[in-house]
Design a protein around this ligand. Structure first.
Ligand code: R5P
Length: 298
């Protein structure tokens, strides 16, 4: 069965690369809003009997979910085979338990919604903290791809004498893998979050790494406060200006500029979310996963 790849707005660059890498047809669609804000969706390429890949990274998920749902349903009604959602950044993974009485565990509800209209999910480094794997909450086959080797390769080629630093225990899973692959030492700090933008990070024991280049590694940079706090501590401790590496360039408001102003020497991200800080290319990971899926079907 042939594969046809559609890009949701903002995912054109990645979609073009994927089409080239797996030699797939690029699908044409019209997705827009009526003047009253309702959504219009039309599939222009014939999807009859074809597997459909929808490329839609899920930062700002609330505004993307309904158009995605409508488009997936439209493809199915027009005869498409499997609907594969490629969401390099998967949203709502951090609300993975009831922290306070009465709160919604939205990662579960979001998973259940996506599972109801997609047949397969492919994502990159989802924030798996209290869940062991996506299959804990997704009822469709859901593949987590890992960017650690690509990040390690970037560090190896561009940063001299690095020491990797994870800002909190949750980041250990990423920083330890990258450090192993880059053959570099690493430290993991302790973080206490008092509020969305109020973060406290432990003072690191960095004496023996003063000649190294600190490289902060985390999965998500959102408000940037986790990284900003860590940068401030490292500079105060007499370290060189740190390089900040995030897998997902969420960057709310002026987070990118504020992190640079806080003293980061550079901010580097992968292109799971299109942003000027993207320097690490992940299309090859997704292309491999799509090719494997195609092979499984035969
Ligand atoms: C949370 O545990 C994540 O791994 C990140 O550390 C967090 O999402 C970063 O958020 P912010 O940039 O808003 O501090």
């Amino acid at each position: 069965m042939k594969t046809i790849i559609f890009s949701f707005p903002g995912n054109e660059d990645l979609t073009e690369k994927l089409c080239k890498e797996i030699n797939a047809e690029s699908g044409q669609a019209e997705i827009r809003r009526f003047p009253d804000g309702e959504n219009y969706t039309r599939v222009l390429t014939d999807v009859q009997g074809k597997n459909v890949v929808l490329v839609c990274t899920l930062n700002n998920p609330d505004e993307k979910l309904l158009p995605l749902y409508f488009f997936a349903k439209t493809c199915k009604e027009n005869g498409a085979g499997k609907i594969v959602l490629v969401a390099p950044y998967l949203a709502y993974m951090r609300q993975d338990k009831q922290f306070n009485k009465g709160e919604g565990v939205t990662s579960k509800y979001f998973a259940s919604l996506l599972s109801s209209f997609c047949d397969v999910l492919i994502t990159v480094d989802p924030h798996l903290h209290r869940f062991n794997s996506l299959s804990d909450i997704y009822t469709i086959p859901a593949y987590s791809l890992h960017s650690a080797d690509l990040i390690a390769d970037y560090i190896h080629k561009n940063i001299e004498n690095p020491v990797l630093i994870g800002p909190d225990s949750e980041s250990k899973q990423w920083v330890s893998k990258v450090a192993e692959s880059a053959n570099a030492p690493y430290l993991v700090l302790e973080k206490i979050r008092h509020g969305d933008k109020d973060v406290e990070v432990s003072v690191p024991q960095v004496e023996k790494y003063k000649t190294h280049t600190p490289v902060l590694v985390d999965d998500i940079i959102s408000t940037g406060h986790t990284m900003m706090e860590t940068v401030k501590h490292l500079l105060k401790a007499g370290m060189k200006a740190p390089v900040c590496i995030g897998v997902h360039a969420v960057f709310t408001g002026n987070a990118y500029e504020e992190l640079l102003a806080a003293g980061a020497s550079a901010i580097i991200t992968t292109n799971t979310i299109f942003h000027k800080s993207n320097k690490i290319e992940i299309s090859v990971l997704i292309a491999d996963a799509l090719l494997k899926l195609e092979k499984e079907k035969h």
